[in-house]
Ligand binder design. Structure first.
Ligand SMILES: [Zn+2]
Length: 206
């Protein structure tokens, strides 16, 4: 089972289904279709006997087909998340492609899409990220440049809002020397997980 995620889907005779409940003193397990809450609203429910592996259809699948590639793609997406902690993005993506096939890998999206899925999953369980999401201290990873110099310049409350200023020494020098400065900001109102950002850019000749 995934860390903190919903029950993992299983391939039941080519249909993607999730274990709903086990019956006490019985080998019977009831599975519901993963499309139960999607736009398909599939009522599919099967009872599987874990000993004999026989299944009984309580309610048949409806409103969608048994789509092998779609299922394989969903399994591949699940695997990307499950394996996100095992190596670099490239390694995780290559392993998932080897396991689920090139077609499912392509259907999952571009390399960048897959990388984002892995990064999101990695960060879900990173204690530093969790701390920062709760409004805690900015970790060293994000408050220093790659060569260890200060990057977080200001961290204080202004008008009841936390104001963070990031900038490198080199960046500040460039800004101070520039005659043309571009500034841009995102909206104050934004979905959870995002913050308003205001950035400074300079026009320079290398
Ligand atoms: Zn279904």
């Amino acid at each position: 089972m995934g860390r903190g995620r919903n029950t993992i889907a299983e391939n039941i005779n080519g249909w993607m289904m999730k274990k709903k409940k086990e019956y006490p003193n019985s080998s019977d397990v009831i599975y519901y279709c993963v499309e139960q809450y999607s736009h398909h609203k599939c009522p599919g429910a099967w009872v599987i006997n874990k000993v004999t592996n026989e299944y009984r259809i309580v309610k048949p699948h409806r409103n969608h087909e048994r789509d092998a590639l779609a299922n394989q793609t969903r399994f591949a997406r699940q695997a990307l998340k499950d394996k996100s902690g095992n190596g670099t993005c490239r390694e995780v993506i290559d392993n998932v492609r080897a396991e689920f096939g090139a077609e499912a890998s392509v259907a999952l999206g571009t390399y960048d899409t897959k990388r984002r899925i892995i990064h999101r999953e990695k960060s879900r369980f990173d204690p530093e990220t969790t701390e920062m999401d709760k409004g805690g201290n900015i970790s060293t990873t994000y408050s220093r440049t790659l060569d260890g110099k200060p990057f977080l310049l200001v961290d204080k409350i202004v008008n009841q809002h936390r104001l963070l200023v990031f900038g490198s020494e080199t960046g500040l020098q460039l800004l101070a020397r520039s005659f043309i400065v571009f500034v841009d900001g995102t909206f104050d109102c934004c979905p959870p997980g995002y913050q308003q950002m205001f950035s400074f850019h300079v026009y320079g000749n290398a």
